[in-house]
Design a protein around this ligand. Sequence first.
Ligand code: VOV
Length: 250
Amino acid sequence: MAEPVVTVDGWSALHDTRHFDWTAWKSISEDERNQAINEFQELIKQWETVEENKEGSHNIFKVVGNKADLMFIFLRETMDELEEIKTAINKTVLGDFLIPGYSYVSIIEMTMHDPMKAGDDRELSPYVKERLKPTMPKWEHACFYPMSRRRDSDANWFTIDKEERTRLLYEHGMTGRQYAGKVKEIITGSIGLDEWEWGVTLFAHDPLQFKKIVYEMRFDEVTTKYAEFGDFIMGNYLATDELGDYLALS
Ligand code: VOV
């Protein structure tokens, strides 16, 4: 029967991309630039405390290509906190140079589709807890894209039986498991929150693995028949202590 599947939901997620106004940045003095960097590093320290306390997680990436310059990813217990973070960034001096670009709002989600976990109370298992409220890996690269399930008359994800959806996602999971240690994924649900139905955030040491996994999954029936994709954004990890170098002009 085409019935909804139960989801277990975790932290809220904000993918916040910014264009950096290099022209304006070059027009202020070195002292002003250093003050702006120091002030921003204090803000990052607050995020680090939240992460150490396992109350959220954050990552910053230098975006390759011109869709943005930086992509911030924040995970928090509530949407209120995500909005406060965005506003806190905008209130800093550096925020004047961080021009808001594309953003994506979603909530970490796991479904009860996985037959390997059937019978478990997924909400109670430490594995599920870690997946719903994860500390994001500080790996070298990330790739984010939104996606939806197709709703064509001859291929409609929302009209097929739950058992069939479970079978298709099981096959998908088996492909994914071959990338253990190479690709980590965070799947966020965004129905009712943003334009697409899911957000896919992938982490890897080697960006070639993004191309490989996404290509290989194109041949899984669940993707071939039922997946539609938005724009991809790829970035390189920016550690807090590298922010000064990233923004240095000489
Ligand atoms: C890194 C590898 C990897 C692994 C191990 C993995 C496993 C799994 C499992 C076991 C499950 C189902 C249970 C659950 O936990 O929800 C899912 C669920 C999902 N996935 Fe996935 N996925 C991966 C990776 C992975 C990728 C690369 C993509 C993008 C698809 C592509 O073609 O580019 C993706 C998408 C999704 C989505 C949109 C969902 C929710 C679909 C829905 O309709 O409900 N996913 N996924």
